[in-house]
Design a protein around this ligand. Structure first.
Ligand code: ADP
Length: 289
């Protein structure tokens, strides 16, 4: 188990009239090599939780362990931890600042005290991972498209070779094509580099087909922690906390009420259509005897 959150609660402005409990007794495991989706309505506590995962906030109560060691122990190396658990903030491109793409991505490895050669290797490695070839190296990050800027920002975190990559709404503000491209890219680097991913989103539709497991937060509490198909089976309860399951699930549910037996694991319309035809043909054949 690489990262383990135990019984964590967090209260903003504790002891003031503005006191707000943002997280309420959260247990969460991020296992080696998994792709985890963290879902919740605005204000459910997602950002507060991931700031704890990167040790930017300290819990009011509860603890976090990284490879079995408490991250709040005096002897724990927080600098190294923040390299191993990389956090990509919302709109990360707002933090680009160097005159060219290569220098920007080199910033993290340089700060780690690596040699010039290693820094260059890291920067190129990270830019390759996000699909930006060397023709981008000398370009100003500020003159790139929205999707490209975001890739540069993600590369800046990947250059530190994290074991876990946490992304807070990485698709925010991108057009539908840009959204798919960035999520596909994240899935590819998850698979090729075996990086664990925690993907924060408010849309189950958007991330359903990418994640192995979904953790659903509502009002600071963990409501579900299971495979997407298991979570989607709670369609009604999810709607009550302001979350819609993917459209495909509504179709499957309606058809299942009419005698089909469709799995909630099907994420592509083509796969669902094929399965509907297969079951329909099988039923017709049975009827013919
Ligand atoms: P999400 O990321 O799911 O939108 P947040 O973690 O940002 O949720 O917020 C969780 C709760 O904590 C919300 O009720 C929000 O208003 C409150 N909150 C967030 N940041 C602060 C803050 N700096 N001070 C006080 N309350 C906050």
């Amino acid at each position: 188990m690489s990262l383990s959150v135990q019984n964590l609660s967090y209260i903003y402005a504790k002891g003031t009239p503005y006191e707000k409990k943002a997280l309420d007794e959260i247990d969460l495991e991020v296992k080696d090599g998994e792709f985890l989706g963290l879902i919740g309505h605005t204000g459910s506590g997602k950002s507060t939780l991931i700031q704890h995962l990167n040790a930017l906030l300290k819990p009011t109560t509860g603890s976090i362990f990284f490879h079995g060691q408490s991250i709040y122990e005096k002897s724990f190396d927080l600098n190294q931890f923040r390299q191993k658990v990389g956090l990509v903030f919302q709109y990360p491109e707002h933090q680009l600042f160097e005159e060219n793409v290569f220098l920007d991505v080199s910033f993290g490895p340089k700060n780690m005290g690596l040699s010039e050669k290693e820094v260059k290797e890291r920067a190129r490695y990270a830019l390759d991972l996000v699909g930006l070839d060397p023709s981008f190296d000398r370009r100003s990050p500020f003159l790139l498209s929205g999707g490209q800027k975001r890739r540069v920002a993600i590369a800046g975190v990947l250059a530190m070779k994290p074991e876990i990559l946490i992304l807070d709404e990485p698709t925010a503000g991108l057009d539908p094509r840009g959204k798919t491209e960035i999520l596909d890219q994240i899935l590819t680097l998850h698979k090729t580099e075996k990086i664990s991913v925690v993907l924060v989103s408010h849309s189950m539709e958007e991330i359903a087909k990418y994640v192995d497991r979904l953790v659903v937060l509502s009002k600071g509490k963990k409501r579900y922690d299971a495979s997407p198909a298991e979570v989607f089976a709670h369609r009604q309860e999810l709607e009550e906390i302001g979350l819609l399951v993917p459209q495909m699930i509504y179709i499957a549910e309606k058809l299942n009420q009419r005698g089909f037996c469709l799995s909630y694991d099907l994420h592509e319309p083509k796969d669902l259509a094929e399965e509907i035809v297969r079951q329909w043909k099988a039923a017709a054949q049975k009827e013919r005897g």
